[in-house]
Ligand binder design. Sequence first.
Ligand code: GDP
Ligand code: IMO
Ligand code: MG
Length: 430
Amino acid sequence: MPVVVLIGCQWGDEGKGKVVDFFARKAEVVARFQGGNNAGHTLVVSGEQVILHLVPSGILHPGKLCIIGNGVVIDPEVLLEEIEALRAKGHLNDDSRLKISDRAHLILPVHKAVDLASENKKGASKIGTTGRGIGPSYSDKASRSGLRFGLLKNPDLLKNNLKKVIEEKNQYLTKVLKAEPMDPEKIIKKFITLSKKLAGYSENTGLLLHQLIKEGKKVLFEGAQGTMLDMDHGTYPFVTSSNTVSAAAATGSGIGPKLIDRIIGISKAYTTRVGGGPFPTELKDELGEKLRERGGEYGSTTGRPRRCGWIDLVQLKYAVRLNSLTDLVVTKLDVLSGIDQIKVCVGYQYQGELLNDFPAEIEILDALEPVYKEVKGWKEDLSGAKEFNELPFAARDYLKFIQDELAVPLLAVSVGKDREQIIPLGEPFQ
Ligand code: GDP
Ligand code: IMO
Ligand code: MG
């Protein structure tokens, strides 16, 4: 089972970074395939915290190859900062451990400006983006005017292309969005400097991955965001601008889908979402506040408070189906300790009818009533549990109920931030 994809099943921040870092010890390659630095993946090793935005979460393990695939959008300034921060901590001493697809698209300062100005213009109906230029960069990719990472190897071509894109974006910024234009010369100068430092990472990573997989190397694909932020299947338009489902691991890395052996979905033991958009099981009361404080639910990228609510099995069943999940990992179980009665959403009621699938319409999602089953909670602190049998009965029953309802076996349960605070129930590469 050498090729494993790991994706978020909810609205992001499920703990993908932590779990990828844990499973990476058994992998030889870790690869990102979509999203950009809208992602914030937190790793805690022996109390030391690292938040990664672009570099794959295998980087803290010496000797593992980390790949940023063609489906990712890259802000070169952020990438360089991240590389330098990792180097300063002694984590990326060997540059050959990081390879970046020459086909990955670039995020330019004008994309960030357009992202922010579009959100401003939308007012109350804004998406609540991370403001990192993700949407505008993917828009340029789709409209075939984007610039790719491989261009950093050719400064003359880079200059000409940058000039064209910036001039065009300035028209849009000033005339449509009524925002300030950007200085092309300043951006070009900055990008030429960046290109000298980053061009060496550029590679045909699709070919490389294919060869590594043929050699039998164990590859772990690391999703960003979550299933409900997928631009086709999520709560559109309150989504990100990439496909976040498991199928994107193939298109976003350049391998064929038949090479994927196993697909792991991660869910928190409850639900969170950051930014706008529907959230059927949201708790707008003290309990929601309690989950936020206990779970440290503040965005890893923007610091915004995350909205919190109960686990939603209608939504998770949809994620199981969309991703062809073979395995489930539940994180942050420790956060639920001390809640007497835990609610689990088992259905949606809308205008007197029980819905049997996750609806497409925002209006329905906003109006529906979740149907809850109440289960018994537990009081014990779970953060030191090393084995499933060490968990209180009620916590085990909670996990078994989720596993049975979703009909996907549990591969691991996370009970704390640290790399070691996890109860493995199986091996991802077997
Ligand atoms: P990602 O985007 O999916 O990688 O998740 P984030 O890193 O944005 O958010 C997850 C947060 O929960 C981080 O602060 C993690 O350190 C933390 N975390 C991960 N797993 C656990 C867990 O099992 N228990 C607790 N208490 N915190 C966790
Ligand atoms: P990780 O990988 C949670 C959300 C934003 C916003 C919407 C669109 O850490 O789980 P964008 O900047 O992508 O155009 O914003 O998507 N969002 C995330 N929410 N975790 C993430 O990544 C996210 N990346 C984007 O808050 O609602
Ligand atoms: Mg995150």
